[in-house]
Structures are given as C-alpha cells and as structure tokens.
Design a protein around this ligand. Structure first.
Ligand code: FES
Length: 130
C-alpha cells in the first residue's frame, strides 16, 4: 500500500470512529473523591442546570432552591439513550419519552423516573454521591 493510500485509509477510519462515538466533550468532568463527585459551584455561574460526565454517565446538576441541588442521570429509563433538556424538563430523542424537571416520567414508552443521586453542598462545592 502506498503512503498516500495508507493515510487516506487512516483518515477514513478515524472519521468513522469519531462519528460513531457518543460525545461527552461538552460536559464538565468533575473530581471524584471518596465516592462523591466534587463540582465547584463556579461552573453553575448564572445557569440553573448544567451537565457533568463521569465514566460513561452524564448527570444533570440542577439548582433547586437557594443552595439546594438535584442530580439526575441523563440516560433514558426506556433503552438508555441520552436525553435532551427542554424548557420544562427532558425529552428522549429515540422514542419520545418525556420527563419533568426533577426526572418524573411524564410520557412513555417508559414510566420509570430518571435516577436521582443524593447531593450536598457547602460554600464552594456541590457533592454528588456516586
Ligand atoms: S430510549 Fe428513550 S424513549 Fe426509548
């Protein structure tokens, strides 16, 4: 195989591999200490929710009161697709399941709520039991 053909093959394989991957690059990657995710509050800056990635999970952190937070798993409880935030909650792009802002299943094909993780906070950080 000539050099040019080889490089073209590598570029094609790389492109196909990247397209097939589930991207988590837009999600904040928190510290993981003592079975807890540690998320600096500065990442919330003027947002009521944002997402973090840990291992193969995406977790939404939602401010729910002055210093109270909810952590929701972002994989649909039907077949595991990554759900998307909408104004009043979350929808699943795969088969149309809908969840409210705290993860309660509103519309099928699933009636199982999103998983919720225990949270705690201090002046600096939000902690998610994981
Ligand atoms: S995987 Fe979400 S509705 Fe099917």
């Amino acid at each position: 195989m000539k050099r040019r053909s080889f490089l073209k093959s590598v570029a094609t394989i790389t492109t196909v591999s990247l397209v097939g991957c589930k991207s988590t690059s837009a999600h904040y990657r928190p510290l993981h200490l003592n079975n807890r995710l540690v998320i600096n509050k500065s990442h919330l800056a003027n947002k009521s929710r944002f997402t973090v990635a840990f291992k193969d999970q995406i977790i939404a952190i939602i401010q729910h009161g002055a210093d109270s937070y909810i952590a929701l798993g972002m994989n649909c409880t039907h077949l595991g697709c990554e759900i998307s935030p909408v104004e009043d909650g979350y929808i699943c792009p795969c088969h149309g399941a809908k969840f409210d802002q705290v993860g309660v299943a509103l519309k099928g094909p699933t009636n199982i709520n999103l998983p919720r993780f225990k949270t705690d906070a201090d002046d600096t950080n939000i902690y998610v039991e994981f």
